[in-house]
Design a protein around this ligand. Sequence first.
Ligand code: HEC
Length: 284
Amino acid sequence: MPASAGFQVNVWPGAVCLAKERNNMSDHAIHRLYRHFQELPISMRVLFTGTLLVLGLGYMFAMLYVFAAHSGADGKPGLSVDDIKITYSGSPGTTQLESALKGPMSSMLPERDLVAILTWIHNGADKKTFTSGIEPIIADNCLTCHDGSNPHLANLDGFENIQTVVAIDTGADLFSLVRVSHIHLFGLTFIFFIMAFIFSHSYVRPVWLKAIIIATPFFAVMSDVIGWYVTKVFTPFAWVVLIAGALNGLSFAIMWVISMYQMWFYRVPEHVRGRHGGGDPDKI
Ligand code: HEC
């Protein structure tokens, strides 16, 4: 008798609560495996919070890098579609050296030397001027990294080696795109998996909206990477790269803010809170 009484007391309030939930037409039934942040042990919430803080900082640095590396490609400040077109498909009439000097390498040397190199390129990049005026600038500012010891960086040591970067710019070469693609695809999958796993513990209705927020970055990451290759041959696709990047950032921000807020400040609606019979789920 005492055992069956205990059984009844535990089951019935929950059942009543489920019935109430079904009557609430604006809502879906809550999945039996769903746990809100506030139903998780404090240790897990601390783990999630630490992860969110570091991921958020990482994302800010990633955006700074993208901005610094690409925004100057068209010679104008700010990140634009033209910057993306030039990065991936090159710019007819310019050389790889010029694009690099106007973009990611612009901070590597004093303005005066920059102008000297650009003037030299525009005047036909001849050997005589190189030896007398350009070679010392390169030696002082560039060879620490571009001395040929790193196989992934252009070797700028000497006139012969420079020839490859003063040829007309055809944009990012396929090999480096493939290299960046696999890093990008693996890296971002990790980041967005962790992010969306944390976010899945938030209470967002309708459920399809929550699912879309989770799915968006995965499609955006794929469109972004595929977009790089397509932009190489068909420049209007730079828009896809730009929009995909923006969608990634947007879904990251939405998931971050909602998760952090609901983890510590939010009051879970009664019918979610009460679906375990009104008690603390840990204690049932
Ligand atoms: C601190 C190290 C460093 C210095 C100094 C440096 N670069 Fe670079 N450079 C890099 C890196 C790293 C990349 C690849 C950038 C990327 O892919 O975003 C690069 C890319 C380039 C490229 C594009 C081709 C390639 O190898 O990917 C050119 C051209 C270039 N640099 C020229 C220069 C010139 C000219 C100078 C001197 C004024 C210079 N760099 C100084 C590190 C350096």
